[in-house]
Design a protein around this ligand. Structure first.
Ligand SMILES: Cc1cc2nc3c(=O)[nH]c(=O)nc-3n(C[C@H](O)[C@H](O)[C@H](O)COP(=O)(O)OP(=O)(O)OC[C@H]3O[C@@H](n4cnc5c(N)ncnc54)[C@H](O)[C@@H]3O)c2cc1C
Length: 233
């Protein structure tokens, strides 16, 4: 019969959930990890910082495999023309990671460490009492001693307990796309150095992140407060 009681139940198998799951399993706790989607699944957020490497070592993940080494970060102010470059030359390396592959690797690694993992199962409700946590998904009921909400921006518990708040009138949104076989002068330079290039303009910023197989992640972050008023009539 399937086990329904765990030391820790974690909802959300992105980097936060899978990292917490593996570390807890390494300490000998029984862990249930529940993910709504199915890995590999698309996620934005490919450009990592060097401090991630020590975490990857603790998790036992060879994160360099199949990922482009990140040389550094370049910022170019399109208005003033100022250019700043931060090379990553310290003790730790870092990479541009394709999140579908990276997140699946972390997920598989958690299972290899003894974590019980469910996919395509959505957490619907969490009820906390002094002695335990009762968790209902769209498929089953589970009980745990502790619960971790790693559901990213969905933040079921954060919303329920009103411990997170949207920043009112933040006025930012992003559009992004992956491009295959990009062959411009800029992309060739990016693939050679592995840098992230960020272009700053008066309405926001554009990021260009080189990925493996000559693909680029290009995104536009816009501050709506800086947009000129548009008359649609
Ligand atoms: C436009 C944009 C660009 C970004 N660029 C970068 C970048 O370049 N570098 C960087 O480091 N970060 C970047 N980030 C941030 C990065 O995406 C996040 O910090 C990171 O994904 C957070 O990881 P997480 O594990 O907390 O959440 P997530 O990766 O979002 O994982 C949460 C998981 O929970 C699951 N889930 C949600 N609800 C439920 C439920 N009810 N039941 C079960 N499962 C559920 C989801 O399916 C998901 O798999 C960017 C973010 C945005 C919006």
């Amino acid at each position: 019969m399937e086990q329904k009681n765990y030391d820790v139940i974690i909802a959300g198998a992105g980097p936060a959930g899978t990292t917490a799951a593996t570390l807890l399993a390494q300490y000998g706790h029984s862990v249930l990890l529940i993910e709504r989607d199915q890995h590999p699944r698309f996620h934005i957020g490919e450009s990592m910082l060097p401090m991630s490497e020590s975490v990857m070592k603790r998790l036992g993940v060879a994160w360099g495999e199949g990922n482009l080494k990140k040389g550094g970060a370049e910022f170019i102010d399109e208005v003033s023309g100022r250019h700043t470059y931060f090379p990553f030359q310290g003790k730790y390396r870092t990479f541009q990671v394709e999140r579908s592959v990276f997140d699946k690797r972390l997920f598989d690694n958690a299972i290899e460490h003894g974590v019980i993992a469910k996919q395509q199962e959505q957490v619907m409700a969490v009820i906390c009492s002094e002695s335990h946590v009762q968790l209902d998904t769209d498929k089953a009921h589970y009980q745990g001693r502790y619960f971790i909400d790693a559901m990213g921006r969905d933040a079921l518990m954060g919303k329920k307990l009103s411990s997170i708040d949207k920043i009112k009138n933040l006025g930012k949104f992003a559009l992004y796309q992956h491009y295959k076989l990009a062959e411009t002068e800029v992309s060739k330079e990016l693939f050679a150095h592995g840098n992230i290039k960020t272009l700053l303009s008066d309405i926001g910023w554009v990021w260009c992140i080189p990925l493996t197989f000559e693909r680029l992640s290009v995104g536009l972050g816009i501050s709506t407060k800086q947009l000129p008023d548009i008359n649609y009539s």
